[in-house]
Design a binder for this molecule. Structure first.
Ligand code: SF4
Length: 544
């Protein structure tokens, strides 16, 4: 049997690794050896369906399996349709979260022969075994049932058995456990049947050693709540510190389980943490099966902040019982805890979730197909959803892409504006002032707010702060790899004040614009910013 297992990624990135297909390929190889020739194929959302079909048919398969997510469902079904037109005898099936959530809907597509719902590994071995014994695709479609995996230790590692060659990827996806003990109504994970199961620690160690030896730079831990079992999480962090200190790890964690020791262990490795806040209102979160203790959340985040750990939050607008004002307050609460980034999403009512069942009773109006977003609720009008989307966009561009963390607070304090207000004003500004230079856009926008307040002097200092940090961040991002023999990147920048003096005063503790107005003399100058040994150098070009 010749089988192609495809992963359709959103875009080329360090996260674009076909871990699901590789897990299936590894168990198939172990079960059937050379009887099954499995090829894993990486495809991307921006590829036309015909081109994807050509790539799949290159290896002349007789079976093709798709790993289906909400965002690749459309392209998957298009490719399946092209494949069926070209090779009517080809057997096509889908697995993955979207196929699991909407099994009947996916199976209703004429190009789809069967769906493997739930965890794939044991089910694909059983299914291929049946196909080899002569079962028809129709028989599989009628009888395939999810087989929850009881013990992850029974699975081969696709890294250790060579199914996935790390040299082919710039980052790795890493699964240390499956399942989530929480029951958030909007999330498909809460429907997991088999509870939390963990990969044995000896395999974790062996995979870490392989990652470190491969030279891979980023690892994305897939566990939805990495730190739920505190002792295990700490053991893994200790192993990373010793065995893979040069790799940057990304974790999703819950704030409840952070303690001082854990914060210290996160601080001891290269990592970024993502924490699901969703809303700062307990009464709203209770509508979706969560709860919230603001004092505990703040205390836990403070542990991370004081340990100098990089963290970001997720926030959702359109939750049942929430309002535009409630969402603004949640956003301002999140920003008060100085996240490195804030990812804001519209609530989606995904098929298969508990929320999909309760949405009619909650009077949640939502899209019927991908991305299933909320359109309106009794407390969140259609117009206010649009306004929240504008705030979310302003936040993403101004704060996340604009890397505003180092200067955001000092400038907000001087403007006496809330973050949600600033983001709401920024979104239309962005549309009417299109530019490739985001730092310049931020400068001009903030300058316009100070102009409104009749305080252009403060605005000119704010502009210098934004320029210094914005262009420095760009230069650091553009740094060549150590192995490259290129000149370090540099940039000429115009300032209203001597940037060396400005930085010295900020480092000495003058961190309000009000004070800087009195202590920093105006001095228009052009300087060259450049990266030297991982730090930013400032060279004056001209002092009038
Ligand atoms: S949102 Fe997070 S905590 Fe809640 S069920 Fe999903 S994975 Fe678990």
């Amino acid at each position: 049997m010749k089988l192609v297992l495809t992963a359709i990624h959103i875009k080329a990135s360090p996260r674009a690794m076909p871990l699901g297909p590789a897990m299936c390929a590894a168990v198939l190889r172990r079960a059937f050896g050379e009887e099954i020739q499995t090829r894993i194929l990486d495809l991307f959302l921006d590829q036309p369906a015909v081109e994807c079909a050509d790539r799949i048919l290159e290896s002349d398969p007789d079976h093709v399996g798709f790993s289906m997510y909400v965002w690749n469902r459309g392209l998957t079904l298009e490719i399946a349709s092209v494949l069926k037109q070209r090779r009517p005898g080809l057997v096509i099936f889908a697995g993955g979260p979207e196929a699991t959530a909407d099994q009947a809907g996916v199976l209703a597509d004429p190009a789809m022969d069967f769906v493997l719902a739930g965890e794939g590994e044991e089910l694909i071995v059983e299914t291929v075994g049946r196909l080899l014994k002569g079962a028809t695709p129709q028989e599989i479609a009628a009888s395939a049932r999810p087989i929850p995996l009881k013990d992850l230790a029974t699975l081969p590692s696709p890294f250790l058995d060579g199914t996935l060659r790390l040299a082919d990827y710039s980052g790795a996806l890493w699964e240390l456990s499956r399942g989530c003990p929480f029951t958030c109504d909007f999330c498909f994970e809460s429907r997991g049947a088999a509870g939390i199961r963990r990969v044995p620690l000896d395999r974790v160690e062996a995979e870490l050693d392989l990652f470190a030896a491969s030279g891979i730079r980023e690892v994305f831990v897939l566990d939805p709540t990495f730190n739920y079992h505190k002792a295990t999480a700490k053991q893994v962090l200790q192993l990373i510190a010793v065995r893979a200190p040069d790799i940057h790890f990304f974790f999703e964690i819950r704030s409840e389980f952070i303690d001082r020791e854990m914060a210290g262990l996160f601080a001891g490795i290269r990592c970024s943490l993502q924490i699901g806040l969703q809303s700062a209102h307990d009464e709203v979160l209770r509508n979706i099966g969560r709860s919230f203790d603001p004092a505990d959340f703040e205390a836990k985040i403070l542990l991370l902040h004081n340990a100098d750990v990089t963290y970001g939050f997720d926030l959702i607008y359109g939750l049942p019982g929430d309002s535009l004002e409630g969402f603004r307050a949640s956003l301002d609460f999140a920003m008060s805890l100085v996240p490195n980034h804030l990812d804001v999403f519209c609530l989606s009512v995904f098929p298969g979730t508990r929320l999909a069942e309760t949405a009619p009773a909650l009077n949640l109006e939502h899209e019927a197909c991908n991305p299933y977003q909320v359109i309106a609720s009794p407390t969140f009008s259609r117009e206010n959803i649009a306004l929240a989307a504008r705030i979310a966009h302003g936040c993403d561009v101004f704060y996340n892409h604009g890397k505003a963390v180092p200067w955001f607070d000092i400038i907000m304090e001087a403007l006496e504006m809330s973050p949600s207000e600033v983001f709401e004003r920024f979104a239309p500004w962005l549309e009417s002032h299109p530019s490739e230079d985001l730092t310049q856009t931020q400068r001009d926008f903030i300058g316009s707010l100070f102009e409104e307040r009749g305080n252009s002097l403060m605005g000119s200092i704010a502009a210098d702060i934004i320029s210094y940090f914005g262009y420095s961040a760009e230069l650091m991002d553009a740094r060549p790899m150590e192995s490259d023999r290129q000149d370090p990147p540099s940039r000429r920048v115009a300032f209203n004040h001597d940037p060396v003096d400005l930085l010295a005063q900020m480092q000495a503790g003058t961190i309000s614009l009000e004070e800087l107005v009195f202590s920093l003399p105006g001095k228009a100058c052009d300087v060259v910013l450049s990266v030297n040994d991982g730090t930013i150098g400032i060279q004056a070009l001209h002092v009038p």
